[in-house]
Write a new protein. Sequence first.
Length: 295
Amino acid sequence: MRQTSVRALFTLLIAAFLFSGIAHAGEKEVLAKIGKRAITSADLEEIISYYPENQRTLIRTSPENRDAFVKDMVTIMVVSDAAKKKGYDKSRAFKRQIQLIRNQLLANAYLTKEILEKVTVSDKDAEEYYGKNRKVFERPEQLRARHILIAVKQSAGDDEKKAAKKKAEDILERIKKGEDFAKLALEFSDDPGSKQKGGDLGFFPKNSMIPAFDKAAFELEPGGVSGVVETSFGYHIIKAEEKKKSEIPPYEAVKEDAKALALQAARQERVGRFIDESFKKAGVKFFTKPAEKKD
């Protein structure tokens, strides 16, 4: 994940944590100081401990992500200091936002500990989920294909486009006369990702490529070669190598996925039931106006 994505992912919880102050100064490694205040490795660990393991790993295994995370902590503290001097923390709007964040954290903590973590599913549950939701596990039709790309820049004029198309048409004629597709791809293709492999794109599922390319490719039978296909990248010649029909794999092949999805569904159902029960106990009433019917 890129550094900017990691920083965006964690900023909100950093902010919530820092509002309560840094509590671990003097413990473990000092990562940064703002005046007399210190941010330590213990502070860092406390914040990231609130996240799922895969997200914690993003920081723990990457010095760049770790440094970016600490810099965000420092940035928030420095800017919040400036805001306090201006009295922003005294405003009614600020206090309402803090209350909202507090309630959100409390709600999330309760749902996680009291509901989600107590829901389990057995192998039998997973198999039943698979039986009722077989389409969820369907693998779409796949095609292994090669292509030759004659690239055209977005800014290309008509003459450049005509020249590129003519080049593609000439290559197609050579293929029709029996020349080896892979050798021609190695010689002429402008796609750096597949050129050295003789234009081989490997297997890809239907509807995963740009529409014009996808349509032309999946209309081919194995061994078939397309005409010149125009896309935003330029002009392509496509050769189909092998097709795999869409299929629903047997349960044993997707057992772990089925168990994960069954658990997700069970958790959603349990949370929904808990919310409904909580509304009734709390005497919740909504006074929203009915939506106006449109002609």
